[in-house]
Design a protein around this ligand. Structure first.
Ligand code: PBG
Length: 341
């Protein structure tokens, strides 16, 4: 006698009564029973901003991605907004002469990121502005925090991150996104924002950020790869750990995070799923620079269809439970959707 898999009850209908291919036979049917969808409004486009005017520089390890001056950024955001991409994550490229051991340029209310926020809010008041909180673009050592005797200081760094968050909120940021992985920073940032009247400024916590090699191209883009001394393993998570991710998320939610993020993305879909299933809070993932670079590199060799691979990978995030996805391919995807309308 044939044995059935254990999870299917004996009386359950089976072949030939059931034919799974029946619902796959026609496009309209496939569309009708499709479980998950990616809308452009689910995407956050990370952008790199550089000093100057009317200039753009390609990022060699991220084909299709450019560092843009604020004026050029506004044009790009306008076009993206027309394609229904509504939220942007801003990353500054800080010139070497402004980098210091303590990253103090991060606290300058006239710095590149604050000027960019103000320009966007003036030009495109309806779009969502998400800003990175961490010191790595501003430090000569490329670490996300203050360093002493080779050790990344936690509590001292958190104090600086609170100030950094406040100047970004004052400049008009809608969402503060701490990516530094210091302990306790979400709670302290929340208190600082609230104490200064920014009770409606949201926090998207990079709650689960792994010490990943997939950030390589990003560090090229912001110019921190040449300067980074050592690695970030004393503050970012060990890629071998899963249960620890749930502890990180629990802490950040308790400290007041409105949304949590898992990063990188595709190699960590298991983590995304368990975070969403466990906490049921708005959950985001970052399809990071190395993931984007892999798609682009394979496509450049004619080995993968970029558009199809991008669309499939974004869908995978949704299937795993993501509410939103940060992706360098956000605008490419939105354009594809428009074309296929
Ligand atoms: C640093 C930061 C990193 C990224 C976003 N914020 C890199 C790092 O931790 O070294 C990576 C994003 C990407 O790879 O696309 N605060």
């Amino acid at each position: 006698m044939q044995t059935k898999p254990k999870n299917i009850p004996e009386e359950a209908p089976a072949y030939p009564q059931v034919r799974m291919r029946r619902l796959r036979a026609k496009t309209w049917l496939r569309d009708m029973v499709q479980e998950h969808h990616v809308r452009p409004a689910d995407l956050i486009w990370p952008v790199f901003i550089t000093e100057g005017t009317n200039a753009s520089e390609p990022v060699a390890s991220m084909p299709g991605v450019e560092r843009l001056t604020i004026d050029r950024l506004l044009e790009s955001l306008n076009r993206a907004n027309d394609l229904e991409i509504k939220a942007f994550a801003l990353f500054p490229v800080v010139p070497a002469e402004k980098k210091t051991m303590d990253g103090r340029e991060a606290l300058n209310p006239g710095n590149l990121i604050c000027r960019a926020i103000q320009a966007i809010k003036k030009e495109l008041p309806e779009v969502g502005v998400i800003t990175d909180v961490a010191l790595d673009p501003y430090t000569t050592h490329g670490h996300d925090g203050l360093i002493h005797d080779g050790k990344i200081l936690n509590d001292e760094t958190v104090e600086v991150l609170c100030e950094q968050s406040l100047i970004q909120a004052q400049a008009g940021a809608d969402v503060i996104a701490p990516s530094d992985m210091m302990d306790g920073r979400v709670g302290q940032i929340r208190s600082t924002l609230d104490a200064n009247g920014f009770t409606d400024t949201a926090i998207l916590s990079y709650a689960v950020k792994y010490a990943s090699c997939f950030y390589g191209p990003f560090r090229d883009a912001v110019g921190s790869s040449g300067v980074l001394k050592g690695d970030k393993k004393t503050y970012q998570m060990n890629p071998a750990n899963a249960a620890e991710a749930l502890r990180e998320v629990a802490l950040d939610i308790n400290e007041g995070a409105d949304m949590v993020m898992v990063k990188p993305g595709l190699p960590y879909l298991d983590i995304i799923k368990s975070v969403k299933d466990t906490f049921k809070v708005p959950t985001f993932a970052y399809q990071v620079s190395g993931e984007y670079a892999m798609l682009r590199a394979a496509a450049a060799n004619g080995w993968l269809d970029y558009d199809a691979a991008l669309a499939e990978s974004l869908l995978a995030f949704k299937r795993a439970g993501c509410d939103g996805i940060l992706s360098y391919g956000a605008v490419d995807y939105a354009r594809l959707i428009q074309k296929n309308k």
